[in-house]
Unconditional design. Structure first.
Lengths: 320, 252
């Protein structure tokens, strides 16, 4: 059996939960798939999940799961694993999963394969495809060890609309033992910093800079290109980490997700954390001195070369 | 406060991958190496916490002899001493094996706080920190953007997705994985480099490895799209790109 752990926050399912179900349906072959949702007051969410073509939806309802802590979630999933003995447990590779999945796998001493982009084969003999070396290489990985194997799937790698729908899966409630005394973390309510000043999601065109810009004073060159293209200026994470552009101009998994008509990546290598935030752009241009940079894998147009020569030439060409 | 920082040595960003003949690992002898960038932020945070609260910063790395280079660099930036878990195979090992190796060397040190980067720029499992916390019996929190230490506890600003954050508290000792950009990095001074030569690197043999996964094959990624590469001198390539963006893509 394949067990999917759906993720929810504040009574809404994370879209990546459906992607995890799609991955599990592919992985399962002839095996049944069950989906569990954890929280406090999750009946409505379990009802939503029952639309998928799965053998069972499991509601794990406990007041100790009302806000996320890794310790409580780990105890709940350990309880579920003991109750249902899945062969594989599939989770979406979210920040929450990154926080709790290694804890569960380490406590149970079971394999955990993270950030999976594709699955080869089915069931216990399946292997998993994931990126390594910042996307420079693709690895096919085989887990070693007893069931269950834990697998987290990269957000966007499987299609939520590919989930096979069924005729209403049965919903069951499983109660698990969560020892309040063993929850070591206490949490406060999630918050956002000052409202985002720039909504890159609305931009038609975006010019984004990465490490290749080399120094803060060169950011003005990218800004000139953005002006010439009537585009918004954005950046990859390291540029914002350095304080060269404000955090609200960051595109990627920890910043904004964008889908403009045109996305121009200047000196951005294309690490997955950036690519997940921009790969939905209609037309992608990559300018990079490294012909093997992963950004060219998602680009429609590419120029290999020195951006300090090419960007001024582009500005000149746009003026003609 | 006694703070440990776990540091990984990874291939540089400029490194072009070359594979072993069986295509299950990289040719390590051809790679040039540097400190894993997220771990550099963890080290910087540890140094700042020491400046504020006093104590020691101990840097720990698992890998072949070459990883002493990054330990020396961390000592030059200001760490007090180092632990090197030695093992030729640790450079290619999975996260569970690395965590077991680090845990064996760190047990008994009585660290109050253990910091790691949130993931490595090589295999990128994103598991070593949390697995190490489990082995050491410590609570953990991940992707941390601010650390406050008070009365035997830590209060942490944890990054969530899409610009959201959350404060999380837990008792010490604890393990935190640090997000890049939490602070501004310092670099080693000449004085620091000189001082580092006299600092201790304790060498520890790696325990027997219990792998949890195996790389079946490595390959250069397939292109998701047919990329049109535009060659030529900068002025020509730029003019051609603008023409195609206007006429083919209708994006300008």
């Amino acid at each position: 059996m394949i067990l999917v752990i759906a993720e929810q926050r504040g009574g809404a399912l994370n879209r990546a939960s459906w992607e995890a179900i799609a991955a599990a349906q592919q992985l399962a072959g002839d095996l049944p798939v069950s989906v569990a949702v954890l929280g406090s007051g999750v009946d409505a969410l379990a009802g939503e999940l029952a639309a998928a073509d799965v053998a069972e939806v499991i509601a794990v309802d406990d007041p100790l799961l009302s806000g996320y802590t890794p310790d409580a979630v780990a105890m709940a999933i350990e309880g579920l694993v003991a109750a249902r003995t899945p062969g594989t447990v599939v989770l979406p590779h979210t920040y929450q999963t990154r926080d709790c999945a290694p804890l569960i796998a380490a406590r149970l001493r079971r394999p955990l394969v993270t950030d999976v982009t594709a699955i080869k084969g089915t069931g216990a003999s399946a292997t998993f495809v994931r990126q390594m070396f910042q996307g420079k290489l693709t690895a096919e990985v085989a887990p070693i060890g007893d069931a269950p194997v834990f697998v987290t799937v990269q957000v966007g790698a499987f299609r939520a609309d590919a989930v096979r729908r069924g005729s209403g899966a049965p919903v069951s409630r499983v109660s698990v033992a969560i020892d309040a005394g063993r929850i070591r973390q206490t949490t406060e309510a999630p918050f956002q910093e000052a409202a985002q000043a720039v909504d890159l999601g609305q931009a038609d065109r975006i010019v984004a800079v990465g490490r290749g810009i080399k120094a803060q004073e060169h950011v003005a060159l990218a800004a000139s290109l953005a002006t010439a293209m009537r585009a918004e200026l954005a950046a990859s994470r390291p540029i914002c980490d350095n304080g060269w552009l404000p955090m609200d101009r960051q595109v990627g998994s920890s910043g904004q997700t964008v889908a403009p008509k045109l996305y121009v990546a200047l000196g951005i290598s294309g690490a997955i954390q950036h690519v997940v935030g921009m790969k939905a752009a209609r037309t992608i241009v990559a300018i990079n001195k490294d012909a093997d940079a992963p950004i060219f894998e998602v680009a429609d147009y590419g120029i290999v070369g020195d951006l300090f020569e090419i960007v001024p030439a582009l500005i000149a060409a746009l003026e003609t | 406060m006694k703070i440990a920082v776990c540091i990984k040595q990874v291939p540089t960003r400029e490194w072009q991958p070359r594979l072993t003949d069986d295509r299950t690992w990289i040719r390590e002898q051809d790679a040039s190496y540097e400190m894993n960038e997220p771990d550099a932020y963890a080290l910087e945070e540890a140094l700042r916490l020491r400046e504020k609260h006093g104590g020691d910063v101990v840097v720990c790395a698992a890998g072949p002899a070459r990883v002493q280079t990054v330990l020396r660099e961390a000592l030059a930036r200001g760490a007090d001493r180092a632990i090197h878990v030695e093992g030729e195979a640790l450079g290619a090992a999975d996260a569970a094996v690395v965590a077991d190796a680090l845990a064996a060397a760190m047990e008994g040190e009585g660290f109050d706080l253990v910091l790691t980067g949130l993931q490595s720029d090589d295999q990128g499992h994103g598991q070593t920190g949390v697995t190490l916390a489990t082995r050491l019996g410590m609570p953990h929190s991940t992707i941390i953007m601010e650390v406050q230490v008070q009365d035997g506890r830590v209060r942490l600003k944890r990054e969530l997705e899409g610009g959201w954050f959350q404060w999380v508290s837990m008792p010490l000792p604890a393990l935190l994985t640090i997000q890049s950009g939490i602070n501004q990095l310092r670099y080693a001074t000449l004085k620091g480099i000189m001082a580092a030569k006299k600092k201790e690197i304790r060498r520890v043999a790696a325990p027997a490895a219990v792998p949890t996964q195996r790389i079946v094959a490595l390959s250069v990624p397939e292109k998701a799209k047919q990329t049109q590469m535009i060659a030529g001198a900068p002025a020509e390539a730029a003019a051609e790109l603008v023409r195609r963006l206007r006429e083919e893509a209708r994006a300008l």
